[in-house]
Design a protein around this ligand. Structure first.
Ligand SMILES: *Cc1c(COP(=O)(O)O)cnc(C)c1O
Length: 417
């Protein structure tokens, strides 16, 4: 971290934390280092870097100066011990599970996790012997009851996508800690500006950097942050602490030097650079996203064509009180509307002129999507029901355009329902 940035406000830290001008040139922007490999001074030096007894870069699948700078900045924003960046958010989630669990082990996941995460857990990893059970992430006691001796990870989202449920992270963390199980929080919808899950006791923070972190929708990436709250010495993670490593670095070392090295889903330096370009404006973008979403939610909640509008900032949302406390009076920028039927949902989307029908969120643009026919289509009917994805549901990721223009366009769509 650059000198003196620890106590600065988060808005300042997105710009300055872990960033100093280049010592050689004084450049105030991160340099893109597109080198695949890095020359060592001697055979002994390269041996030492391979052995981990000396620092240094080897090969960009294992680490790259541009990517490492992005990792340091994300770790600083989450107040974590360190971070590993990956080619996508899904690569971050899969590497995390594979670092902690093996065949015969079990993951406990919130029943409303993102459909890609659900597919990874219930299909791909299940075929490889890692089982997943789901629990209501808002019920910490249910989490405690579901943990058993083969549980290796509890995974929830800071705001569920697209159910928009909000778990009590401190309560979940207390349960996980009492059982010695790691708690990972996918903070893609929150961002470190809404909440730092590590402050609430999460052990690992995951991001799809493809969304708000970059904000410009021009690159896919992910990041895994070790919150620094666990020393990984618990018996469930013996495989991490074999050898002479200090326990507190065991997760990150295993992740970088074995799991990510072997799986190969590294972030490219060009994309790391694009992530950092976006990161600099994260604070101002999020302020606008949050205020626009609150404005739209309040205006449309009582619209006659809207059966139900879900937004954690509305008092009717079941997690409103918790969200208010946990997120300090901000509520994220996603909302969902139920429009009575699948046909109504399609007519609404087709009636929009400004808001884009896109399979993405967290862009500067307002984006809408019908989850049941798109990113949730592979889920079974039961899984969709459990994830809160009804046939008449439309997800809106409220952008940073002028709020009146967003509202006007959404009202234009609603006229078609
Ligand atoms: C998009 C998303 C992911 C997956 O990230 P990619 O970068 O698209 O791989 C994971 N979790 C959440 C909550 C997401 O919204």
């Amino acid at each position: 971290m650059a000198a003196g940035t620890q106590r600065l406000h988060p808005d300042t830290r997105v710009i300055h934390a872990s960033f100093d001008p280049d010592p050689e040139t004084g450049a105030t922007a991160a340099a893109i280092v597109p080198s695949s490999a890095f020359a060592a001074g001697s055979a002994e030096e390269l041996e030492a870097i391979f052995a981990g007894t000396a620092g240094g870069y080897l090969y960009s699948r294992l680490g790259n100066p541009t990517v490492c700078q992005f990792e340091r900045r994300m770790a600083a924003l989450e107040d974590g011990r360190g971070a590993v960046a990956t080619a996508s958010g899904m690569a971050a989630i899969s590497a995390t599970v594979l670092a902690l669990a093996g065949a015969g082990d079990e993951v406990l996941a919130g029943s409303h996790v993102f459909s890609g995460t659900r597919s990874l857990l219930s299909r791909t990893l299940a075929r490889h012997g890692i089982a997943t059970r789901y629990f209501d992430a808002r019920d910490a006691a249910a989490c405690g009851r579901a943990i058993h001796d083969r549980t290796r990870l509890v995974l929830v989202e800071s705001i569920g996508n697209p159910a928009l449920d909000v778990p009590d992270l401190a309560a979940l963390s207390a349960v996980c800690r009492s059982h010695g199980v790691a708690l990972a929080v996918d903070n893609t919808l929150g961002t470190p500006l809404l909440i730092r899950p590590g402050d609430r006791g999460a052990d690992i923070i995951l991001h799809s950097a493809s969304k708000f972190i970059n904000g410009h929708g021009m690159a896919i990436g992910g990041v895994i942050v070790d919150a620094g709250t666990s020393d990984w010495s618990c018996g469930r993670y013996r495989h991490l602490t074999n050898g002479s490593r200090p326990h507190e670095w065991a997760f990150l070392a295993h992740l970088r030097r074995e799991v990510c090295r072997d799986l190969g889903g590294c972030l490219s330096p060009f994309n790391a650079f694009l992530m950092m370009v976006g990161l600099e404006t994260l604070a101002v973008r999020m302020e606008r996203h949050w205020s626009n979403a609150a404005h739209v939610a309040e205006a449309l909640a009582t619209h006659p064509k809207v059966r139900e509008l879900r937004f954690p900032g509305l008092p009717a949302h079941p997690d409103h009180g918790l969200s208010r406390r946990q997120f300090g009076g901000r509520f994220g920028s996603l909302l969902t509307v139920r429009l009575g039927s699948r046909e109504g949902a399609f007519r609404f989307i087709n009636g929009l002129q400004l808001c884009r029908n896109v399979s993405n969120l967290g862009d500067t643009r307002t984006l809408v999507i019908h989850p049941a026919s798109t990113f949730c289509r592979e889920l079974t009917a039961d899984e969709r029901a459990e994830a809160g994805v009804t046939d008449d549901l439309v997800r809106v990721s409220v952008g940073i355009e002028h709020p009146d223009d967003i509202l006007h366009d959404l009202e234009r769509g609603l006229e078609q329902v």
